[in-house]
Design a protein around this ligand. Structure first.
Ligand SMILES: C[S@@+](CC[C@H](N)C(=O)[O-])C[C@H]1O[C@@H](n2cnc3c(N)ncnc32)[C@H](O)[C@@H]1O
Length: 282
């Protein structure tokens, strides 16, 4: 018991393991995530309906999108943004590795006579080139990636854009990093059945990496049949400059910052911010 607890509380190397698939594609958790996405009162997986409506209207206006435009929605989930773009007759492709989510999104499109292309794939492996006028990655998904994965993701996004194409993503800020605290707790049935249908105990360890501006939310789940597993939820926090450096290294020109993907004015004290960047026209 002591050894086990010591191991649980041991701080891992930063970005030691990537378990995003266990969080999003495990059949039980994918169902739970889908219900979070579709419940506008829970902002764990998507933002609320009012915000998404405002965001899509703002993006259409800001990026001057028309029925000629092509938009790529990376990590589209159940298509909350993609389906709204489709309703405005914009050509939209949603990419997500959760089949549960893309199946739901596809059904929603069919039921509502919308044309959307949904691709069930790991977005780090996406390979289409020069297709989009705009790519979006929303709900701070970029922050869950390690530095090497972010480099790979920015190459994927860069290649997927036409020359002069633009990109908007949102990320967590240093103000949000300052507000995070290390902690350790254990709880029976943590998140009310989110982790498993079976009875379980969850150990939740939060580790802060001051130099790297990273936080790890580590969940170790022990189920009643003695099965156990660990989910690592890494979050990278950015300053506008630290984010710009990564974009510039990938070949983008940084154009603007906003407080969110609905065009609110940028503020240092906001927990999140959004960056707009462009692929050169040359
Ligand atoms: C926080 S949710 C946001 C969904 C959507 N952008 C929204 O705001 O409603 C992140 C989404 O990214 C997907 N995702 C996470 N990692 C992925 C990866 N490596 N490849 C493809 N999809 C991924 C998840 O399945 C999930 O649907």
């Amino acid at each position: 018991m002591y050894k086990e607890l010591k191991n649980l509380n041991q701080k891992p190397e930063v970005f030691q393991s990537y378990t995003a698939d266990s969080l999003w594609t495990d059949p039980h958790r994918a169902e739970q995530m889908l219900s979070y996405h579709l419940n506008s009162d829970i902002e764990a997986a998507s933002r609320n309906t009012e915000f998404i409506d405002k965001s899509v209207s703002w993006m259409i206006k800001h990026f001057e999108l028309s029925c000629e435009s092509k938009v790529g929605d990376f990590g589209c989930g159940p298509g909350l943004y993609s389906s709204r773009f489709a309703k405005e007759n914009i050509n939209i492709t949603g990419i997500d590795f959760s089949k549960n989510s893309t199946d739901y999104a596809q059904r929603y499109a069919q039921d509502n006579n919308l044309t959307v292309e949904y691709i069930n794939q790991n977005y780090l492996e996406y390979s289409e080139v020069e297709k989009y006028d705009l790519t979006i990655m929303i709900m701070c998904d970029f922050c869950a990636l390690s530095p090497a994965q972010r480099k790979q993701m920015l190459t994927v996004l860069y290649n997927s854009l036409k020359k002069g194409g633009k990109l908007i993503i949102d990320v967590y800020s240093l103000a949000a990093f300052a507000a995070r605290k290390e902690s350790a707790l254990y709880e029976r049935d943590q998140l009310f059945g989110f982790w498993s249908k079976k009875d379980y105990f969850a150990f939740v360890n939060i580790f802060k990496y001051e130099n790297e501006k990273v936080v790890l939310d580590k969940y170790t789940i022990f189920e009643e049949n003695d099965e156990s597993y660990t989910v690592y939820n890494w979050l990278q926090y950015f300053s506008p400059r630290s984010l710009a450096v990564e974009f510039e290294q990938a070949g983008f020109s940084v154009l603007e910052y906003f407080a969110d993907v609905a065009g609110s004015n940028f503020s240092e004290s906001n927990a999140e911010f959004a960056i707009v960047a462009e692929k050169s026209t040359l």
